[in-house]
Design a protein around this ligand. Structure first.
Ligand SMILES: [Ca+2]
Length: 498
């Protein structure tokens, strides 16, 4: 069911019901003209189809009237069922599934859209038979599903341009004066300039090793560039987060102190990414500690930091403070540092610079690579499912009731593996890419991007230029919003317009 664009590489299918009024939408046939005005279009789109089930978004767009306290119902064929959705409460009566508003998306103003997203439907790729909005029918019954006739905007004219060669670049961040600092896995830190990389400004290479998935894995500056942080595995293989004061753009070696350490039971799944969020707090990604299928069940255990995204205030206390608004503060069975859990190896994560939404690239086991999501309004506590779920696939035990399915997932067909989370593009050099989420994976090592439509995943973006480099381990968002790409093989590249 390929739809749209004729792109050379599509890892998922998109289908939608067709309609007479709006391409790709279902026509409105409401009995009450006032409700018909509210019910401009409803689109049901499969964004991820894995045979026995699929991930769906339903987009409701209002006409000249808004609706408040909406309920949206549709019938699914026998054997199909809504299993979960993120932003809506579901109920079932016979074949009818009804979603009702919750909190922040209760009202839809005239001419606006709401989406039910992250919706998981089991029982095969099926189209609903009709929609009703607040009790009034607005679906077009009997319409056969068909491919969406979408306009083809053509590929984005951009590609990778190499700007420097490093040794083993693993991570980067923007430093003082807008310079990009690069960490090499072997333990050195260099500054990217017009003539390539500087001599090392920090060297801990005799304090780390690179077997397994170890090494210097993350670097960050605090928002005022007064402190520099490193994240690495030490000679025992354990995670260490350390801090240096920065003066005049220089790391003050004698101010080095340990912020946080974590024992690692295996050599893989160390996480390692560190970054300050829009809230000024330091976020730390830690994998489940390694081994296959999380043998110690760490990711679901709130009593350990493994398999988590942490949020701490490194300058609030010695060695750090736990922000009082963290979601598990006060829970005697949980670590207060935890912001989100159920993660396997959240290798890279980022925030959309325009919206503050959080995107986490969580590396999969054998089947699914996932991009997890939390809106800027999140107060934390999300359970992203591992190791009960790998993406939307059940792995072991029951799916947690509060499982937050991935925003986007892809399988290992075509050779992809080990997702590398990227950034929502907010630069100015490539206007067609504005607002798309750019990411990659280690094995194929090509730059990929997904449009974001109303907060949910949209079409895959095609590039006209070179996007393959291999072994992509990190993206860096430059001070101007342009994106740099780090290949563990040594290449440091920028996504440039052609
Ligand atoms: Ca997950």
């Amino acid at each position: 069911m390929e739809a749209t664009r004729g792109r050379p590489r599509r890892l998922t299918a998109v289908v939608a019901a067709s309609g007479a009024l709006v391409a790709g939408a279902i026509a409105v046939v409401a009995a009450n003209p006032a409700h018909a005005a509210a019910c401009e279009s409803i689109e049901y789109a499969v964004v991820n189809d894995w045979g026995g089930g699929h991930q769906v978004t339903v987009s409701l767009t209002t006409g000249t009237e808004g609706v408040d306290g909406w309920t949206l119902s549709f019938d699914l064929p026998d054997g199909a069922a809504v299993q979960s959705a993120w932003n809506v409460d579901w109920s079932q009566t016979g074949p009818a599934f009804t979603g009702s508003d919750v909190g922040w998306n209760a009202a839809v103003a005239a001419g606006q859209s709401r989406e039910l997203f992250g919706m998981i439907v089991s029982g095969g790729a099926v189209q609903p038979e009709s929609f009703t909005l607040n009790g009034v029918e607005c679906g077009d019954e009997g319409e056969e599903p068909s491919e969406t006739p979408t306009e083809d905007p053509g590929p984005v004219d951009a590609g990778l341009v190499q700007v420097a060669s490093g040794s083993t670049p693993t991570a980067g961040t923007v430093g003082p004066d807008g310079a990009i600092w690069i960490a090499n896995r072997t333990g050195t830190v260099q500054v990217l300039g017009d003539d390539g990389l500087s001599d090392p400004v920090l060297d801990i290479s005799d304090e780390t090793t690179t077997e397994g998935e170890r090494g210097l894995l993350g670097i960050a500056f605090d928002p005022s560039f007064e402190h520099f942080y490193i994240s690495y595995t030490d000679l025992n293989g354990d995670t260490a987060i350390e801090e240096f004061a920065v003066q005049g753009g220089q790391i003050q070696l004698d101010t080095r102190r340990t912020v946080l350490t974590q024992e690692q039971p295996f050599s893989n799944h160390n996480g390692g990414h560190i970054a300050f969020g829009p809230d000024g707090m330091l976020y730390i990604g830690l994998g489940d500690g390694g081994g296959s299928f999380d043998p110690n069940d760490n990711a679901q255990d709130l009593g350990t930091l493994l398999g988590k995204l942490l949020r701490i205030d490194p300058s609030g206390a010695e060695p750090y403070a736990i922000p009082p608004d963290n979601p598990f503060v006060g829970d005697p069975d949980a670590r207060g540092e935890i912001w989100a859990y159920g993660l396997r190896n959240p290798w890279r994560f980022s925030w959309d610079a325009a919206t503050g939404d959080l995107y986490i690239g969580d590396v999969g086991q054998n089947e699914r690579e996932e991009i997890d999501f939390a809106p800027a309004s999140s107060t934390g506590g999300e359970n992203y499912g591992w190791a009960r779920m790998e993406g939307t696939l059940p792995v072991s035990g029951q799916e947690p009731a509060d499982h937050r399915p991935p925003w986007f997932e892809f399988d290992h067909s075509e050779g992809a593996c080990s997702v590398t989370g990227g950034f929502v593009y907010r630069g100015s050099a490539i206007p067609e890419l504005q607002g798309a989420y750019v990411f990659s994976d280690f094995c194929l090592g090509i730059v990929r991007a997904r449009e974001i439509e109303g907060g949910t995943v949209g079409d895959e973006v095609e590039f006209s230029g070179r996007i393959g480099v291999g072994s992509i381990v990190s993206f860096v968002e430059g001070p101007d919003g342009e994106l740099y790409v780090l290949s563990l093989g040594g290449a440091i590249l920028r996504l440039d317009p052609l």
